[in-house]
Design a protein around this ligand. Structure first.
Ligand code: DMJ
Length: 634
């Protein structure tokens, strides 16, 4: 307008139209309104529209399309919103709720709709890996909601290479007896939970009551869902039916509380998915999908990196109060991939796969200090918040899910494999150390300074490195198998050097100490699985009998120090033969510790590694051998 009025020989429009001052004012008002509307409408055009690409830079487009978060740009977010602009403690609204009140109504509706899962898609979704996720992560597919989607379970079962519970060939009586002992422990743990705490999250075995806690946002029955597949695999049929009945009749998903996205995903979604794949019972699938949809709003951040806490009722999400500068945790947002690909596989809805493939994009884009992945990332800017690196707590299962994503894709997801290979190389270069006494361990890294400590959680890495070594190429394979064996042996030392023969929460390699806790606060054992998890993988991959021997030592120690009248309990100090109990039977004891111990004394075809990958809570999810594509029922 201003420009037109000043052009020589060209009167301004209002003047040319012969308008008076108030009319001019009204005319200008109308015109500017029209322009604003036109500009707003650009946001409603599909991303592929030429007009949109012409008028809006790519970044601005991405930052408003929160649902197709595959396209949301961390860089765009960085330029538009500062980390400190968002609330860090509850209740921080999910991003669509932050849309400016001045935004056009349709735009706000679009953002709100984006927060909801997309309708069931007709197209076939290939869950399980990067290559296969392509269809789920590309441009919005043409949808036909007239045809209901049905996952072809029978076809999936036909694709398995081994019966899920094995073929039961002859075996030596000692192995069988040990396996039966572990089965008895599982029955004991379940029976007491059922008797004193059914429907609560965990059993308190000393006080003989239930514990609910605040990790699962009002969801109940964590032990039931975590135990389902273990009961099934151990052929505890009656107990499995009891657990199934509880899920059918009492498992209520309409809750309204603050949940850990990570914990709900690995325990509940993972447990339900695994049990569906093992049994084909629809109830587990439908509960998994319903719960999965409740987790989606956590991803509505400028980068698509989910926040750690979500209210399962309102969908509002926020970062943990303790997480530095409102950051999200690597081991939390990096441990969704396996489950979310299966949610897309089973629902035919690509939205779940899109969410996790976007996480990978953000991680690939951000610069890694020395090739390492720090544990804290801003969901607003997509940048690291602190340079603390650990293969134990806060980092652990992110690495696990990279190699397992590749395995679950039947070795097609080469992007995940490369990320894993590069990360492991950096870890080995900067964090792997040998103690004076010859023990190999993985230290933690704080901005370049090493903390010579290994958490119990980090002991899963022996198994992970062995699993990856199988596929590392001839010259690296033996090297990684040796590294895996050394780390597993160090973790075994942390058990062997204690009075109870159970390992502490963390052990150190400094001030003359090797593989022992030096702080009072690190001497406890809460029935954690990571060490026996590594024994199980090492046994399957080497058949060295020492791993079964070490596993049996753990069984004896559990019986001696953790078994109480009404279940199993953690202990407060592994360095005394008369430890006090913490009065908690963790649900992961049934999901993981007892399952891995049992598998250690099974033949290799029980939950064969050819067919299954275990999520980080030991729930088996199937490898996609044949692109077991979802079928469409006409
Ligand atoms: C489990 O819930 C999972 O293994 C998780 O990855 C971290 N550790 C606990 C058990 O120690």
């Amino acid at each position: 307008m201003v420009l037109l009025r000043k052009l020589p020989g060209m009167p301004g429009w209002p003047t040319a139209l012969g308008l008076r001052l108030p009319q001019k004012f009204l005319f200008l008002l109308f015109l500017s309104g029209l322009l604003t509307l036109c500009f707003g409408a650009l946001f409603l055009l599909p991303d592929s529209s030429r007009f949109k690409r012409l008028f809006l830079p790519r970044r601005a487009t991405a930052s408003t399309s929160s649902s197709s978060s595959a396209s949301s740009s961390a860089a765009a977010a960085a330029s538009s919103t500062r980390d400190t602009d968002l609330p860090r403690s509850p209740p921080a609204a999910a991003e669509p709720r932050h849309a400016s009140p001045a935004a056009p109504r349709r735009l706000r509706e679009k953002l709100r709709a984006a927060a909801r899962p997309a309708p069931r898609a007709r197209q076939q979704v290939q869950g399980g890996g990067g290559g296969r996720a392509e269809s789920a992560t590309g441009a919005a597919p043409a949808r036909d909601t007239r045809t209901p989607f049905r996952f072809d379970y029978e076809r999936f079962r036909r694709g398995l290479r081994h019966p899920v519970r094995g073929r039961r060939p002859g075996e030596d009586p000692e192995t069988r007896a040990r396996r039966m002992k572990i089965k008895e422990m599982m029955k004991f743990a379940w029976d007491n939970y059922k008797l004193y705490a059914l429907g609560k999250n965990e059993l308190r075995p000393l006080t003989k009551n239930g514990h609910i806690g605040n990790m699962f946002g009002g969801l109940r029955g964590a032990t039931v869902v975590d135990a389902l597949d273990t009961l099934y695999i151990m052929e505890l049929e009656e107990e499995f039916q009891e657990a199934k009945k509880w899920v059918e009749k009492s498992f209520d998903l309409n809750v309204n509380g603050e949940a850990s996205l990570f914990e709900v995903n690995i325990r509940y979604v993972g447990g339900l998915l695994a049990t569906y794949y093992l049994t084909g019972e629809e109830v587990f699938k439908s509960k998994a999908l319903e719960l999965g949809e409740k987790l989606l709003p956590a991803f509505n951040t400028p980068t698509g990196i989910p926040r750690g806490v979500i209210n399962l009722g309102s969908g509002m999400s926020w970062s943990w109060g303790w997480a530095s500068a409102g950051s999200s945790i690597l081991a939390e947002f990096g441990t969704l991939h396996l489950e979310f690909l299966h949610l897309s596989e089973l629902s035919g809805n690509p939205v779940f796969a899109e969410k996790v493939m976007n996480i990978r994009k953000v991680l690939n884009r951000v610069e890694k200090p020395q090739g390492l992945y720090p544990n804290f990332l801003s969901p607003v800017t997509g940048n690291w918040v602190q340079h603390h690196v650990s293969i134990g707590g806060l980092g652990d299962s992110f690495y696990e899910y990279l190699i397992k994503s590749w395995l679950m894709s039947d070795k097609k997801d080469s992007e995940a494999k490369k990320m894993y290979d590069d990360a492991l190389e950096a870890i080995e270069k900067h964090l792997v150390k040998k103690s004076a006494g010859g023990l190999t361990y993985i230290a933690e890294w704080r901005g370049g300074v090493l903390d010579h400590k290994m958490g119990h959680l980090a002991c899963f890495s022996g198994g992970m490195i062995a699993l990856g070594a199988e596929h590392a190429g001839e010259e690296r394979k033996q090297h990684y198998m040796d590294l895996a064996a050394e780390i597993t042996s160090t973790c075994h030392e942390s058990y062997a050097r204690s009075d109870t023969k159970l390992g502490p929460e963390a052990f150190r390699f400094d001030a003359g100490t090797e593989a022992m806790a030096t702080r009072l606060s690190e001497r406890y054992y809460i029935l954690r699985p990571e060490v026996v998890e590594s024994y199980m993988y090492m046994w399957r991959l080497t058949h060295d009998p020492k791993y079964r021997q070490w596993g049996w030592e753990v069984v004896k120690a559990l019986e001696k120090h953790c078994r109480v009248e009404a279940g199993f309990s953690g202990i407060r100090d592994v360095y005394t033969t008369t430890p006090t109990h913490d009065n908690m039977q963790q649900s992961f004891f049934l999901a993981e510790t007892l399952k891995y111990l049992y598998l250690l004394f099974c033949e290799d075809d029980v939950l064969s590694l050819d067919d299954w990958v275990f999520n980080t809570e030991a729930h088996p999810l199937p490898v996609n051998h044949t692109n077991f594509k979802a079928s469409v029922q006409q």
